[in-house]
Design a protein around this ligand. Structure first.
Ligand code: SF4
Length: 325
């Protein structure tokens, strides 16, 4: 039985999942699409300052395999959504791994790119929680005043033993501090989790979701775009893909995360039900380029996975957060 079922929910009119796409459309009045950009950063978990070799799941491109140039992406996206607004998404590698002055130059020049149809409405910056020095936080606060910003933190798992296994090279206490510092400044945080890491049970994965979705140390005070909240702004669920060229390919030959597409769909729906409804969902699976994908072989069937999640939520009459305690 749903623990938090709401009698006023009219199935079919209330979205079962608080997806970021619908959230941004409401916020900006038009469809908003992300342009994935490579800012030319590297990663401290590759160059030896935090670790070497990188996280074992990470591809040679630093998990930014779809990043490309602005004009090329604009052409593709504007043909599909001529009225869309844009968020600049710095995804590849660690996008705050540079002095604040360099960040200002890179992000500033991207934000001033002459977009047809107007300036981008925001910027999303993916990084590690151990790459947020005070001067970087000060700069991000400035950026947060200037435009709609969120910072994505790659947590992957709440378990420190799994984190050591995947060579994440920071303990979860560092993540907690980073979230507290960012949210205290009114900077929205989106947390990235990976489902299917070696050695983790379904309950471990759900524990990571509970951990990321727990109330903040101090509530997010709100900013000119977002209301105050007790929680992080968003969550990303990423299916572990074994990618050619990642260390996992050699360390775990033959490893297949999840024994079926159905077991992944079941996990994600169960996870959504323990995420508070005000947390926006930025991703429910992962789409690796087929040329790079080793396993699971079904992971490229993104539409099938998303439809399966929707169908299971409907069949259970489930809503995001209805099992949140
Ligand atoms: S996942 Fe992120 S932190 Fe880990 S090696 Fe890749 S870019 Fe670096």
């Amino acid at each position: 039985m749903n623990k938090n079922s709401c009698k006023n929910r009219a199935a079919g009119s209330t979205p079962r999942i608080n997806m970021i796409g619908a959230y941004l459309k409401e916020l900006f009045g038009e469809k908003v699409v992300k342009l994935s950009l490579d800012g030319g950063f590297t990663c401290p978990n590759r160059d030896g300052s935090k670790g070497t070799g990188g996280c074992i799941f990470c591809s040679a491109d630093g998990s930014g395999d779809f990043a490309s140039d602005i004009p090329g992406q604009m052409k593709l996206l504007s043909d599909k959504w001529p009225r869309a607004k844009y968020i600049l998404y710095f995804q590849a590698h660690t996008n705050t791994y540079a002095p604040a002055g360099e960040l200002r130059a890179k992000f500033g020049s991207a934000l001033s790119y002459p977009f047809e149809g107007g300036a981008p409405v925001g910027i999303a910056i993916a990084t590690r929680p151990d790459c947020l020095a005070d001067d970087v936080l000060d700069y991000l606060s400035e950026l947060n005043e200037q435009t709609f910003l969120w910072v994505e933190l790659g947590l992957q798992t709440a378990r420190d033993d799994t984190a050591a296994l995947i060579n994440r090279c920071y303990p979860r206490a560092v993540y907690e501090d980073a979230v507290a510092k960012l949210t205290a400044r009114g900077i929205p945080v989106v947390t990235h989790l990976i489902f299917g890491l070696p050695g983790e049970s379904k309950e471990d994965m759900l524990d990571s979701v509970r951990y990321a979705a727990q109330p903040l140390r101090e509530p997010f005070p709100g900013n000119r775009y977002l209301p105050a909240s007790k929680h992080i702004f968003g969550l990303k669920f990423h299916l572990l893909n074994i990618i050619k060229g990642s260390r996992m390919e050699n360390l775990y030959p033959g490893y297949v995360p999840f024994d079926s597409i159905e077991s992944y769909i079941e996990l994600v729906t169960d996870a959504l039900r323990i995420v508070p409804p005000d947390i926006t969902m930025h991703r429910l699976t992962a789409d690796a380029a087929r040329s790079l994908l080793i396993a699971p072989e079904w992971s490229y069937r993104k539409r099938t996975i998303l439809n399966g999640i929707e169908a299971r939520m409907r069949a259970l009459d489930a809503f995001q957060g209805d099992m949140y305690e």
